[in-house]
Ligand binder design. Structure first.
Ligand code: ZN
Length: 135
């Protein structure tokens, strides 16, 4: 199903962000660390979508650099795509700039890749697909 999977929000402190979203009456899920991206994150389910709160574990991470340059705020929009491999092939063959060459495996085994803002109207776009069945 194609839908907005989540909105990624860069925060300086997950603990502070958690307090804020809990004040809104929302449930903040337990934190997890993604070593490859040098980030700790916590998901906030909202309807069929989620907010993804992102705190850097290192200043030289993508989120650390974003915070230094732009401060806290909306970092990326993630679209859930049903045929990620086919979509990436179409993007590559039409010259779309991707942040990485390959689709990566994220937390929970889901697949993801980022489209560079220069190819997506100034928005850092994450494309995600569920983990393949049986993996
Ligand atoms: Zn994300």
């Amino acid at each position: 199903m194609n839908q907005i999977d989540h909105l990624g929000i860069a925060v300086r402190s997950l603990a502070e962000a958690r307090k804020f979203y809990e004040k809104l009456g929302l449930e903040v899920m337990p934190e997890e660390t993604v070593e490859a991206e040098k980030v700790r994150l916590a998901m906030v389910p909202i309807g069929e979508s989620r907010l993804e709160l992102l705190e850097p574990t290192s200043p030289d991470s993508p989120i650390g650099k974003f915070l230094a340059k732009r401060g806290e705020g909306l970092h990326h929009v993630a679209l859930h795509i049903s045929d990620l491999a086919g979509t990436v092939e179409r993007l590559k063959s039409s010259g779309t700039r991707l942040v990485s060459d390959e689709i990566k495996i994220g937390a929970g085994g889901h697949l993801y890749i980022f489209v560079h803002p220069s190819s997506a109207g100034g928005v850092l776009l994450e494309l995600v697909e569920d983990a393949p069945v049986g993996v």
